[in-house]
Design a protein around this ligand. Structure first.
Ligand code: SF4
Length: 337
């Protein structure tokens, strides 16, 4: 298997408090192989956008490391750090907010290709090529952001990210503000770009079906912790009760909505997570006996690799669902950090 191009190892991060931020992300591991799309899925407050900021260098990790092609980004300074950051590009949720309204598309792309470029026409051929890559007519290069639809602006934001030929793109909820038909177009475009260019992708979304469309692996976050990760098709037979809840709230193939009771429940406050298993106040799957309830409420489960029928995954649960269904499955205990 090739080495990871981007690797987050036990990353914790948060906001405020100077050197001691209030943590909203705890000991997260994530690995992206060259050409692979990895989904990070979770509700609002799960820490997924914080993880995106750490991966692209907008937020410093309070603990743990982010490694790009074997180099610890925390060890780099100045020009070396800026050069490394250009290799991991963010496509944000709101392209309108990230594009300067006073800049034409030509200028925005030229600046992304070469921040020192003084002449807007210097990279005309490359600008045209980038626009064609995102299925826009090069003729639009002279227009301003407000002259485009939301989907077209998202295409321009993707072209801007591609301008520096990054190794990894971090796409943060890129389709969540778009209509369903435009969402599908953008997802198809990203999948196409990924297979043509081999760029690695971290695809951050609250929507498991969106991650399913584009990602070969998925990592599920709950209140800042990874609760389950593994190959995408395996996660649709969930091992963790929270992943089960996400799957149950998806619309059915028949067009019916999923179980509304599942999605209606609110997650806890990420700043004050419950003791023990952070999911325990919402968990419908824990065994209904006092020792089990006590264990779930008092002891935080570790994320453990598990060999299961169909492949390997990691789950943070004292009573994982597949093991409950099939007690012969093995649990491969790993030493706690
Ligand atoms: Fe549910 Fe207990 Fe597993 Fe947490 S550890 S997800 S409360 S069964």
């Amino acid at each position: 298997m090739p080495d990871a191009i981007l690797h987050a190892d036990a990353v914790s991060a948060g906001y405020g408090g100077g050197r001691h931020p209030r943590l909203v992300l705890h000991e997260v591991d994530l690995e992206v192989l060259p050409g692979q799309a990895v989904g990070v899925v979770g509700e609002s407050g799960s820490g997924k956008s914080t993880l995106a900021k750490v991966l692209v260098g907008q937020l410093r990790a309070a603990a743990g490391t982010v490694t790009l092609d074997g180099t610890d980004l925390g060890s780099l300074r100045g020009a070396a750090l800026r050069a490394a950051r250009r290799r991991v590009q963010l496509v944000p949720q709101d392209p309108y907010g990230s594009l300067d309204p006073r800049m034409t598309v030509r200028r925005a792309l030229t600046e992304a290709i070469d921040p020192e470029a003084r002449r807007p026409g210097k990279y005309e051929g490359r600008v045209a090529e980038l626009l064609r890559t995102v299925a826009l007519d090069p003729e639009v290069a002279g227009r301003y952001p407000h002259e485009f639809s939301g989907g077209q602006r998202q295409r321009i934001a993707i072209a801007r990210a591609l301008a520096v030929e990054p190794e990894v793109i971090v796409a943060d909820e890129v389709t969540s503000s778009l209509d369903a038909s435009v969402q599908a177009e953008i997802l198809n475009l990203l999948r196409d770009i990924q297979s043509r260019t081999g760029v690695g992708m971290v695809f951050i979304t609250h929507d498991l079906s969106v991650a399913n469309f584009i990602c070969s692996r998925i990592c599920v976050l709950y209140l800042g912790r990874v609760v389950e990760s593994g190959p995408t098709d395996l996660l649709f037979q969930p091992d963790h009760p929270y992943t089960r809840l996400l799957v149950d709230s998806l619309p059915r193939a028949s067009g019916e909505l999923g179980d509304p009771s599942a999605s209606a429940q609110e997650p806890a406050d990420p700043a004050a997570p419950p003791s023990g298993c952070p999911f325990h106040p919402r968990c419908a799957a824990r065994p209904d006996d006092p020792p089990a309830r006590q264990r779930c409420a008092g002891e935080r489960p570790l994320l453990l690799p598990r060999h299961l029928p169909g492949g390997d995954r990691s789950t943070a649960c004292h009573f994982p669902l597949v093991a409950q269904a099939d007690p012969t499955t093995s649990l491969n205990a790993r030493l706690p950090r």
